[in-house]
Design a protein around this ligand. Structure first.
Ligand SMILES: [Zn+2]
Length: 233
């Protein structure tokens, strides 16, 4: 095992990981994501409002038609009552009941129309408000995006340099060792541990005497406790 080459490779490999992590945790990136999500929410709310308004206008038209129909019915009922006098009291009561039923229905529709008109005004206001806020949010987002894009471009260049350095360092390590390193890294990082006297430098556990002997003899071993590849002194 090419111990020093492997150790050097690990350092540049971890530099890549650290930098990738920093990029992910960039405050500017977080700000950009947050503002972008809030704009998406506003756009969704606006779309919902638009759909509501369309549905409301359909309903408004239907209610208006129904109110007109009832008003027509009431007018013709009143006209027919005016033409012929009721034959008896019961007939008169029937006519009165029919008229007051129609009037009641008509009133309910008119109340609904009033309520719907108010609701529609409110929704118009809400829509104007949300459109204004979305336009402002979009302008802010564009600004943040410009800053974030510039940061990302800078970071990407740096990341490529770090990756190239790690790639170069990896060339000095044989395939078998690299594969072992990568497999170990899946479970524990950093994946290498130097010996600290008789202890694993990664988890600080004392290593069994038999293991120390085998390590000194040049065997490739992992720490039983943390799984790191042990680098003998
Ligand atoms: Zn260990």
């Amino acid at each position: 095992m090419q111990t020093e080459a492997l150790w050097k490779f690990m350092q540049s490999d971890l530099d890549v990981d650290r930098f990738e992590n920093e990029m992910r945790q960039s405050p500017l990136r977080a700000k950009y994501m947050k503002q972008r999500n809030s704009l998406v929410d506003m756009q969704a709310a606006n779309k919902k409002l638009e759909e509501d308004v369309v549905a409301m206008y359909d309903r408004l038209e239907a209610v208006k038609d129904e109110a007109e129909r009832l008003a027509g019915q009431l007018a013709s009922l009143l006209a027919s009552i005016g033409d012929t006098l009721p034959e008896d009291l019961e007939e008169l009561r029937k006519q009165e009941a029919a008229v007051s039923k129609l009037e009641g229905n008509l009133q309910r529709y008119e109340q609904e129309l009033t309520r719907m008109r108010k609701d529609s005004d409110l929704k118009d206001k809400q829509q104007k408000d949300i459109r204004l806020r979305a336009a402002r949010a979009k302008a802010e987002l564009d600004k943040v995006k410009e800053e974030y894009d510039a940061e990302f471009k800078r970071d990407k260049t740096r990341l490529e340099q770090l990756r190239a350095a790690a790639e170069k360092a990896s060339k000095l390590v044989d395939e078998h060792t690299l594969a072992r390193y990568r497999a170990t890294k899946q479970h524990v990082t950093p994946p290498l541990a130097r010996m600290n006297g008789n202890r694993c430098g990664g988890c600080n556990m004392d290593l069994p005497a038999a293991m120390l002997v085998r390590l000194k003899a040049g065997e490739e071993l992992e720490c039983d406790n943390c799984g790191r590849i042990l680098i003998a002194e």
